[in-house]
Design a protein around this ligand. Sequence first.
Ligand SMILES: [Zn+2]
Ligand SMILES: [Zn+2]
Length: 373
Amino acid sequence: MNGDTTLPEFSRAAVVRQMGRPVKIECVPVPRGPEPGALIVRTTACSICGTDVHLSRGNLSLAVDLPVILGHEMVGRIVAIGSGADRDSVGQPLSIGDRILWTHTACGSCYWCTVARQPTLCENRRAYMYENIEKPPYLLGGFSEYGYVLPESGRIRVPDNLSDAVASLCSCAFRSVMNAFDNLGGIDPSEHVAIQGAGPLGILAAAVARVAGARSVSVIGAPDDRLALAREFGATHTFSIQGSTHAERAAEIRALTDGRGPDVVMEFTGHPDAFGEGIDLVRKGGRYVTVGQLGAGTTTFSPSTIVKKNIRITGSFSGDAKSYWKALQFASAHVDRIPFERMITGRYTLDEVNTALERMHRLEEIKPLIVMG
Ligand SMILES: [Zn+2]
Ligand SMILES: [Zn+2]
């Protein structure tokens, strides 16, 4: 470790010691310097993901080694560079003061990294917000004045024309969307796309599908303000799940997709029952990608639907450096036409994190942002 006298001794951070209790602001040690390949950043902003709400409330079926620093959609400016860490994951030079996004880790030397080439499935994966912060390097979470970028983490420099708010959207939320499009094999301009879920991921997916040239982009969800935002992002049609049945919505969507149903259906809801509706909605021989299911819930559906309709179903978990890069490039290219900033419905200080989490839980926010200042 390189000693660095410019680093403060502690970073104020939002710490979860017990789920279901309010998050507490604590002083977490700042490492004296980055190890080779690592970076230390001053976090500038971190948007709130639905997963943060689930973790803090104890509704998450992923392993969490408490205590953790909450938050994982962070953007930050580099304040210390470990040896050999002077380039990002696509070879762009990195200097003190540059803004970056960084990824969960992949080891590069396991079956999943090397043979399957699916680094998000790495068996040695380390994930920000899930690791105990009582041992070095401590700062493995987003709602913190300082953050530590592990040597095995991908890192991508943020284009200058993006605000911190839009850059943070490009982390967990947007990279998950980009990974889903990759897993689908992309969109053909002749295709109709339907998106289940009008949260941040569904709305971002509507933008990508429209720019990709999809013939129609239908977003199914609620409440109405989210559907309105989905239209501003590129949805050609929206369908509220409030006051309508799946059968009614499916009939309307079939009518606008030549009677066949959408060629592609993408799921970003988090509700298990959406799965059965999705495979019912997609056309024969179509593609279905499910992204939003991270809880332990179950559902019933008829497997014969998959067989008789010859559907291709794929899951999409998280995203690697490639997906972060694609999200940042898409946002940078379209930031003048797509109102990304409007998805950030509230800005809060670190000390207001519990209020922001509560408002997110009550669907009073689409995407709140914690601004570290
Ligand atoms: Zn690995
Ligand atoms: Zn997330």
